[in-house]
Design a binder for this molecule. Structure first.
Ligand SMILES: [Zn+2]
Ligand SMILES: [Zn+2]
Length: 287
């Protein structure tokens, strides 16, 4: 049926609204499909290898790249490896490096106060875990907060096409391992990595121990630290955000920092910032 010019804006509005819901519908479907994987696709060794390798690459991209490098500038690297970090992180389908790091800077600036994009203290646990990333409130990258990265157009290009690394990762998994390779390597890993990362925002401000006095409710949580390759030492991190490591004791396993140390031996990264002795010596004030 022909659409009259008067009806066109209404149709366009409907299309735009449907497009708005697309990421949320996809997000839900991915969870249902990931559950299906566990029950209906017994993994082969190839599937498990794909799952673990891609989980580690993407986890490292998020923690060492999006978080410690782009948000906190905790170390230095070359322009080409900087782009690799951005690409690895974007493979996790958690938006682009500038979007991710910009909102994370807001988290530190307003931690557990009004203005924090995902505080379980200010808003609900649900919102701090998932709601915030699906909300309309945080659709765009904060260019002003990320102005120190304006001089790298390739990063903003990747932010614009943030879906591309995820699609190529999915295609790679399918090409290597067929449908079960796609399900295990891409789909299940993506969903698990979502919740591991989101636990830093929700669980690590609610459950765990506090070593340092900080203005927020951040906590250290061993299980989240394992799942996120070191990000669960969140009270340590809020105490000294610009350090390249978040595990401050020998037993606080920080996989991303171990990988960064190895890369520094090869000159791929350098200038890993450390917490000062004074920062390490400070204690929690018990009231
Ligand atoms: Zn936090
Ligand atoms: Zn941080």
């Amino acid at each position: 049926m022909a659409v009259t010019p008067a009806e066109r804006p209404a149709k366009r509005g409907l299309f735009r609204r449907a497009l708005n819901y697309f990421p949320r519908v996809m997000f839900g479907l991915m969870h249902v499909a990931a559950l299906g994987v566990v029950f209906f696709f017994p993994p082969s060794w190839l599937d498990l290898t794909l799952f673990l390798t891609i989980y580690i690459i993407r986890g490292f991209g998020l923690t060492a790249g999006f978080h410690r490098y782009f948000a906190h500038r905790a170390y230095q690297t070359s322009r080409w490896f900087q782009f690799c970090l951005a690409w690895f992180g974007a493979m996790a389908v958690q938006r682009g490096p500038m979007w991710w790091a910009g909102h994370h800077r807001a988290h530190h600036k307003f931690s557990d106060l009004e203005g924090d994009p995902h505080s379980p203290i200010v808003r609900s646990i649900w919102y701090s875990h998932i709601g915030w990333i699906l909300s309309d409130e945080l659709k765009d990258a904060d260019r002003e907060t990320m102005r120190d990265w304006h001089k790298y157009p390739e990063l903003w290009w990747l932010d614009k096409y943030d879906w591309l690394p995820g699609v190529l990762t999915a295609a790679f998994c399918y090409a290597v391992g067929g449908l079960s390779g796609f399900f295990w390597g891409f789909l299940l890993g993506t969903v698990l990595l979502y919740h591991a990362t989101f636990c830093v925002n929700s669980v690590c401000h609610l459950i765990g121990f506090r070593r340092f006095e900080t203005t927020d409710r951040s906590r250290n949580n061993f299980l989240v630290a394992i799942a996120t390759m070191g990000e669960g030492w969140h009270n340590n991190h809020h105490h000294y955000p610009s350090a390249a490591r978040q595990g401050f004791k020998w037993w606080e396993i920080d996989m991303s920092y171990i990988i960064l140390k190895v890369l520094s031996q090869f000159g791929i990264v350098w200038g890993l910032r450390q917490p000062t002795p004074r920062a390490l010596a400070s204690k929690l004030i018990v009231k």
